[in-house]
Design a binder for this molecule. Structure first.
Ligand code: CMC
Length: 434
């Protein structure tokens, strides 16, 4: 230990040995590896931290997204989500996330052009999409097909080349709606619709989903706008479960299609992107307002969770939920009100006044109302997480590109605390079973 500890440091006394250590504090964190110097004896492993779920561990430095969970603040590259949702569009936000700053007119036009002209997928993709069972979950199809794109673009393995990275980023943002829409059409037994590159990003997605025999599919512009806003709200969310999966898999220096496939897998789970599907099923099961008190009792007794409530980071409100609630009104103006909205609003009201939820700082999150909007679009619940994945793709890729260029990063490889047996003597099966 130094005589006078630096101000930005932590002085720790190991009470097992009486030894003191100075550990530097940078950005309000200590480097976990600095704890490694704290050890009982020279030949024992140094002290480590135990943090399942990374509840209090930073895994990277990132300049992509800022969240202040207590204040309900979400910013992409410094711009508040409320302003982006109101004044920007999804492709501009995607540019912002990927490049780090807003585009000039030329940069924007060129970006939109690039994305638009990469919306088509190789014809063979149709072949393996058709190979899925008729009732395949579209998230499973999306995960498999985006991973399979790595076989179509073997050059994507060259992740150290900036131009190459850009190419794959463009391809993936462009092709995710095509893969997502085709997953949907497959389940419906309908022919796949090719991209219509005269349409904007979100309008083209709706065309690939819903076009039948008409020459051109023209979605109501209010619905296009609402879906575009939903994509913006989902575009990034710093080190969430799926982004962590993308980074973790990407840290092995695999191609970005494989890394994003891992992200899609993580998003599929009901505690992450699958929550909006779970919310809708929950609302349908509750069925009417009279059943809410009994349902809430069940949640409080630990029988189940109130899906769409609670967040690891937001402990006040989720700013995305506020914007979505407003988008509900815009969508329902076109489609008519979803009868489940009444149940959702009543559920929210009761939960927000109930001590169980207040004490645990549980508030509606982005998924509480998004499912209602998606249903109004006539998406089946299995499609909800696909929409989330399309929105999240630029965020995954921005975070992946940041990881690849970050000299501090290493292959992700957490420690464990081993709790199993040691040094047992093996007896051959023939003897054990004799
Ligand atoms: N319903 C009932 N109780 C809850 C809920 C909920 N939705 N969420 C948390 N709790 C309770 C939990 O039981 C625990 O209580 P206690 O202290 O008595 O054991 C306490 O609140 C803390 O919960 P936690 O599980 O330790 O919190 P976490 O930060 O690990 O989990 C979460 C965050 C989002 C996984 C969790 O709140 C949850 O399961 N919510 C429901 C699923 C959901 O809506 N997920 C979407 C998240 S937002 C979209 C996204 O980013 O993917």
């Amino acid at each position: 230990m130094t005589d006078v500890a630096a101000k930005d440091s932590l002085t720790v006394t190991d009470n097992r040995t009486g030894q003191q250590y100075d550990i530097a504090i940078n950005d309000n964190t200590i480097a976990a590896k600095d704890l490694g110097q704290i050890r009982l004896t020279e030949d024992e492993p140094g002290l480590a931290t135990y943090d399942p779920g990374f509840v209090n561990t930073a895994s990277c430095r990132s300049a992509v997204t800022f969240i202040d969970g207590d204040k309900g603040i979400l910013e992409y590259r410094g711009y508040p989500i409320e302003q982006l949702a109101e004044k920007s569009n999804f492709l501009e936000v995607a540019y912002l996330l990927v490049h780090g700053s807003l585009p000039t007119k030329e940069q924007y036009d060129s970006w939109v052009h690039e994305i638009t002209y990469h919306t088509f997928v190789h014809e063979n993709v149709k072949g393996f999409m058709h190979g899925f069972r008729y009732d395949a979950h579209p998230m499973g199809m999306l995960m498999a097909s985006v991973g399979a794109l790595s076989t179509f673009y073997p050059d994507a393995r060259n992740i150290s080349d900036a131009d190459n990275r850009h190419m794959q980023i463009v391809r993936m943002i462009a092709k995710m709606p095509t893969l997502g829409a085709w997953s949907f059409r497959h389940a419906q037994g309908k022919p796949f619709v090719y991209p219509d590159n005269d349409l904007g990003y979100t309008a083209n997605f709706l065309s690939m989903l819903f076009k039948m025999s008409e020459q051109k599919f023209e979605a109501d512009p209010r619905l296009v706008k609402a879906l575009d806003v939903l994509f913006i709200l989902h575009a990034d969310h710093e080190q969430n479960c799926s982004t962590n999966a993308v980074r973790s898999v990407g840290s092995s220096q695999v191609d970005p299609y494989s890394a994003v496939a891992a992200g899609v897998g993580a998003l599929y789970g009901p505690l992450h992107g699958g929550a909006n599907e779970a919310v809708l099923r929950m609302l349908k099961r509750i069925g009417s307002k009279e059943n809410i008190p009994a349902f809430i009792e069940g949640v409080k007794n630990g029988n189940e969770r109130l899906m769409g409530f609670g967040h690891r980071v937001y402990k006040n409100f989720d700013p995305r939920a506020t914007i979505i609630k407003k988008a509900c009104d815009d969508v329902f103006e076109v489609t008519g009100v979803n009868p489940l909205l009444e149940i959702a609003k009543e559920l929210e009201k009761i939960a927000l006044e109930d001590e169980y939820f207040v004490k645990r700082k549980l508030y509606p999150n982005v998924d509480f109302y998004s499912g209602l909007i998606y249903e109004a679009f006539q998406f089946p619940p299995e499609m909800f997480t696909v929409l989330f994945a399309i929105g999240r793709t630029p965020g995954w890729l921005a975070q992946w590109a940041e990881l690849v260029q970050d000299k501090d990063q290493k292959i992700a490889r957490p420690k464990q605390i081993y709790t199993g047996d040691r040094e047992l003597t093996f007896t051959a099966a023939s003897e054990r079973w004799a």
